[in-house]
Design a protein around this ligand. Structure first.
Ligand SMILES: [Zn+2]
Length: 91
């Protein structure tokens, strides 16, 4: 097990302190909530309930995983409803 590899590199941190972070969407949770990760130092951010970017914490990770599950369930239910409507219309 190599713990050094999982830590942000010094080079990345230095780069970010000079040029700023380069956040990219790492995961879409819902239409309005995304998780972001800096491509240089791997710092994580997320969208909070007010739509502002905020630092990722274990609490937000938990909230996002719940949101993601609810969102996925909604998508599945919506898709099923659409299928039912189509079936009814054609029968
Ligand atoms: Zn960074």
């Amino acid at each position: 097990m190599n713990l050094v590899q999982t830590k942000p590199t010094k080079k990345g941190k230095l780069y970010c302190s000079i040029f700023g972070h380069n956040f990219q969407v790492s995961k879409q949770i819902t239409y309005h909530v995304n998780e972001y990760q800096c491509s240089h130092c791997k710092k994580e951010m997320t969208t909070d309930s007010t739509g502002q970017l905020t630092a990722m914490t274990p609490k937000y990770k938990e909230i996002n995983s719940v949101l993601e599950r609810i969102h996925q369930n909604k998508l599945v239910r919506y898709a099923k409803q659409q299928n039912t409507k189509v079936l009814k219309m054609t029968s």
